[in-house]
Write a protein that binds this ligand. Structure first.
Ligand code: NIG
Ligand code: FE
Length: 394
């Protein structure tokens, strides 16, 4: 008999059935108590059966913010920062993003792809099944396009899901003014991107700007985000990170899907985001409690980048609970369904429901909270990583 379905996960109380073949390939077919479901799905109908007795099932994790394409690490800056230098001190001294831009411009496509694949592999092993990936270490047409092509090549060759973001406004290139950089994005970079998107060679989901004092001001940010939105991209940008910029209000006004960081967001900004249903992507920072209490959709991201080398969403959830006072269910929701919302993917990702993509983790523990409680060493805890009903790690 040929198998009809891809994967059955079962224990005494829960059954998850993932459909195989046809249009519903890799989607969850049914989730629920064994006694009401198991009889309809005999084991012979499945390619693979996992006995999950003693394990927990959670949705695949969604990492809503990463900068994973770059060459040249910045381990030397970590020491500078520990000695007291601020992020902007390092940036102004020609380090920070500028250091990474120099190395990324010089790096061959194949090297960038190899390191991206390795980094995404680590994220997947730590439970992330959908990851947002930004460009932004080119700051000129050729390298920005090279980075987006690297992300596209990874998307086509790796099992995990990728949401890609054009972040050409990640910094003002050396020797240029904000006006010149904005002009280059609006008149040179975005038109080429538009062409590449319409030809189907490239897929880009979101547009991002680093809206910050000394980087892109509010007017420049508005112009770039609006141009991206006009091309059909979701607005998902860095705002109110180091100074209160009214980025949250701007995002709400433009209908942004999400804003990241928000360490310096004001009360008015929080209220505007709650009303506009703009998600807050937090990279563990302090005002989470105020946001949750005001009804903001709170998501989490690792912010993996050369300044914050973190591939692990379980670690991010742990930090969010300890530093930002999220409860464990709030942290799990922020790292699954709310992160999917921030990427415009909550219809298909972020929870285990019939009709959604079969992305899930099987944990070697009796309480799912171990995923957050255990600090590091998640490889043994995460027994299986499943994407589209297929085991990609065991
Ligand atoms: O999200 N704030 C700007 N962008 C990154 C940092 C990128 C870098 O320093 O290379 C962030 O933290
Ligand atoms: Fe970032």
């Amino acid at each position: 008999m040929t198998t009809k379905y891809r994967l059955l996960v079962k224990d005494a109380s829960q059954v998850v059935v993932v459909c195989d073949r046809g249009e519903n390939d890799g989607l969850v077919k049914a989730v629920g108590p064994a006694d009401s479901i198991a009889a309809q799905y005999p084991e012979e109908m499945f390619e693979k059966v996992i006995d999950a007795t003693g394990m927990c099932v959670v949705p695949g994790l969604v990492d809503a913010h990463t900068h994973p394409v770059w060459a040249g690490d910045r381990v030397h800056e970590f020491a500078m920062k520990l000695a007291g230098a601020t992020y902007m001190d390092v940036h102004r001294a020609g380090g920070g993003i500028h250091f990474t831009v120099e190395h990324t411009r010089a790096a061959p496509f194949a090297d960038l792809l190899a390191t991206l694949r390795a980094r995404l592999g680590r994220m997947l092993r730590a439970g992330s099944t959908l990851v947002e990936c930004k460009s932004g270490y080119g700051l000129e047409l050729d390298t920005e396009v090279k980075m987006l092509e690297v992300i596209e090549a990874a998307r086509r060759s790796l099992p995990l899901g990728i949401s890609s973001t054009y972040c050409g406004a990640h910094a003002v290139p050396r020797g240029k003014t904000v006006a010149e950089a904005t002009d280059d994005i609006l008149r040179v970079q975005l038109p080429v991107l538009k062409e590449r998107l319409s030809s189907g060679e490239l897929r880009v989901d979101n547009i991002d700007v680093f809206c910050e004092r000394g980087v892109f001001d509010l007017d420049a940010t508005r112009a770039i985000l609006q141009a991206g939105k006009d091309m059909g991209l979701h607005i998902n940008f860095h705002g109110d990170e180091l100074h209160p910029m009214n980025s949250a209000q701007l995002g709400a006004e433009l209908g942004a899907l999400a804003i990241s960081h928000l360490e310096e967001v004001t009360d008015e900004g929080i209220a505007a985001m709650a009303t506009a249903k703009t998600a807050a992507v937090l990279l563990p920072q302090p005002r989470a409690r105020d946001m949750l209490d005001a009804g903001v959709i709170v998501a989490l991201g690792s912010d993996f980048n050369p300044n914050a080398y973190c591939c692990s969403m379980p670690l991010v959830m742990h930090l969010a609970c300890v530093n930002m006072k999220l409860s464990m269910p709030e942290a799990l929701a922020a790292a699954t369904i709310n992160a999917a919302y921030a990427l415009g993917r909550s219809d298909t990702h972020g929870s285990l429901e019939a009709g959604k993509q079969g992305d899930l983790l099987l944990l070697n523990c009796r309480r799912w909270e171990h995923l957050i409680y255990q600090l590091g060493g998640h490889h043994e805890l995460i027994r299986y990583v499943v994407v589209k009903g297929q085991v990609v790690h065991d």
